[in-house]
Design a protein around this ligand. Structure first.
Ligand SMILES: [Zn+2]
Length: 371
């Protein structure tokens, strides 16, 4: 009997058939339960039209949302297609009714702007940010209603009475089987090396990218996260800029490898360096671009040239760099305009197996388990 049980554990389908055929029906219930394959973590890149919105849901229904997208009405999105309603649709599709943790990576409109709408449509547990806003109007200028300082002031008012904390680089948040390591926050970087990481990163001596600014002081202060689920690793550095991200991997790779990379900054050329790709060795890269935002050709080429040859999936056809788009099966919203609203859904198993599904068509790609 022990040999039969062990074989069932290695190959549930064939093993069960073999047991039925030889009449071994008196299997202890505990054996059958123990042999169930582990369920996947779900990682959904929600179409925020070039805004931030990544949803993680554990098999037990615990949920983490990285950013809340735009406020309704911005970037031509009608109210029914607002970031908040798209988050709501994604959570419902995954069978959850609340966000347990909302991480506000930084205070730009495309990441924080949708929070008021979101709080109006669904319960949100703890809100986590990087501390005070650092993007102030020039000396002597008054912050207009659309300025980051004004947006942050409205956010602070929303926090009243809610569970909230400011995270620091090096913090670790455990949510059931999911571990979130905060690797960047407010320009500070992880002060240690993650388990299994270390070693030197190739390419750290190559010339740095041309300095094109940071797109606003809040970008380099983004909260970056390494999520661990079993042996699988998911890396999302929000809009962390190249000058800061490089410190996470050069010369010592503090992060280790990534199975799934949510490409920084919607694929903007201000982020994503060759050393980052060389260090993380991602197998799948999600380009959370908008039709006319991010998805820059330089970033596509950097990812395509990475030693790990990642598969690239896109939220949108990138209209600004049409020559580098992937085949249409790999693009959730291929129209080259806003309002598609289809997401990319990644199932991630503890043994590093992944399955990426294009919600528009159901087309999927399988990436095998790895030791
Ligand atoms: Zn952004």
């Amino acid at each position: 009997m022990p040999a039969t049980i062990a074989r069932y554990g290695r190959n549930p389908v064939l093993g069960l058939g073999a047991m039925l055929s030889v009449g071994l029906l008196a299997i202890p219930a505990t054996v059958a339960v123990a042999a169930q394959p582990a369920k996947p973590l779900r990682v959904v890149s929600i179409d925020m039209e070039g805004g931030g919105g990544t949803l993680l849901v554990t098999p037990q229904g615990q949920s983490v949302l990285l950013d809340a997208g735009w406020p309704a009405g911005v970037r031509g999105t009608p109210l029914a297609q607002s970031s908040a309603n798209r988050i709501l649709a994604a959570t419902r599709a995954l069978g959850v009714t609340r966000i347990d943790y909302l991480i506000v990576t930084h205070y730009h409109l495309d990441h924080l702007g949708g929070i008021q709408d979101l709080l109006a449509v669904m319960p949100v547990g703890e809100i986590i940010d990087h501390g005070p806003n650092r993007e102030m109007p020039p000396a002597g200028a008054v912050a207009g209603p659309d300025a980051i300082a004004s947006l942050y002031a409205r956010y602070e008012a929303l926090l009243g009475g809610r569970k909230h904390r400011s995270a620091k680089a090096g913090d670790r948040i455990t949510i059931g089987p999911l571990t979130l390591d905060i690797v960047s926050a407010d320009r500070d970087l992880l002060p240690r090396i993650l388990e299994g990481a270390g070693g030197s990163t190739p390419g750290c001596d190559a010339p740095r990218l041309p300095d094109m600014g940071n797109g606003g002081e809040e970008n380099p202060r983004s909260i970056g996260v390494v999520a661990s689920y079993g042996k699988a690793r998911i890396v999302s550095l929000a809009d962390l800029t190249a000058d800061v991200e490089i410190g996470l991997v050069c010369r010592i790779n503090r992060l280790g490898r990534a199975d799934l990379l949510v490409v920084s900054h919607h694929g903007s050329q201000l982020s994503t360096t060759p050393p980052l790709l060389a260090a993380l060795q991602p197998r799948v890269a999600l380009m959370a671009n908008g039709a006319t935002k991010g998805g820059d050709a330089r970033v596509f080429r950097t990812i395509a040239a990475a030693p790990s040859h990642p598969a690239i999936w896109q939220l949108h056809h990138a209209t600004r760099s049409p020559e580098v788009n992937r085949p249409v099966d790999f693009i959730a919203n291929p129209e080259g305009r806003e309002d598609g609203g289809f997401w990319l859904d990644v199932s991630v198993w503890p043994d590093r197996r992944m399955k990426v599904t294009n919600a528009r068509t159901g087309f999927s790609g399988d990436y095998p388990a790895r030791r």
